[in-house]
Design a protein. Sequence first.
Length: 369
Amino acid sequence: MTYYFAITNLINNSQSLQIYDSATDEAFLDFPIELESGYYRIGIYALDAEGIAKISGDYPTDFNDGDLEAACVLSGRATVDLRQDETIDVALTNNKLVQTGNVALNFYTNGWTLDTTKFTATCCIKNKAGTMVGPVDPVSLAGVTNVEPAADASPLYSATLPQGVYTLCVSYTRKTDSSIVYTWTDSIFVSSNRDIKKTIALMDIIDHAPAAPSAFKAAYQDFDPSSVWRYVNFAWQDNANNERGFEIELLAVSAGQSDGDITSDMAGCWDSLTPDGSKVTGSFTQNGGGYSQSFDQSGYGVDGSLLKNSQSATFKLSRGYRYLARIRSVGNFKADASDWVYVDFSAGGTGKTGYSDFATDARYIRVGD
């Protein structure tokens, strides 16, 4: 029997093959394999003369695990983390027979809580072709808690599968549009007549919406009285630690809208008030290294930043208009943004040298004299 050790370095995805003949090497089941510290997947395939004649490729420089698996008499697989001085036991099973093993999986979140109002979590097992095996539908993980299940707890996922290599998939899906937020995968090695019983700690890999800013204030900056512009500084307190940046929106209120129409319900006002002519709702954000703005000529940023961790930005706005203003934190990737926060005049201006507080109604910004 000739033993092929197919070794994949899971850190850099490099492959190597070591071959030993149990007769000529005089080392039956005691082969001198040495590996550097790392994380490896090891496949062991025992081939007789008939199997060796079937395999293709220039061994050992070119090999295919599928060819070895199809031609071998005995096979076994395992992963080993030599960075942690881990040891493994590999059971070689008869590859000529169709044999099965039982898989029983349980899960917990290890301290964090899945927001089931926004996301669904499911698991399934797929074969090499990417086809789901075991249960015909993904298994819901809605009942997973942040406490590790007892050893004798009923598994959330159970299946009997033919021996082989499979992929465990745990998917997080957004309820609003059924988009997949993240899929976590791991390898499952099923051996004949051997039960696989695992309890898996799910990683907190969903990008949660960042916390909303607070103390959103505005103040005039010194300006040229003869100019048609006025510089307005916005400042806020950053309460998030996972934001990509911030988004500020301004709404110039139509001159035909009375002051009485601007109530303390700022969110309601934003949706109901009529914008002034060309002074429409606009946003000023910063993505990557450059600014992205949808303002028309009535306003644009001139100072500060809306990148993560920033707390101040200055805008150049046309005089003679009333503006509502709001800000929110913007999340990473598919994470939601925070709730909108509206300018709080009761908190006063920025207190920054060269600025003065607004002496105006607490409901909006009057960009005037």
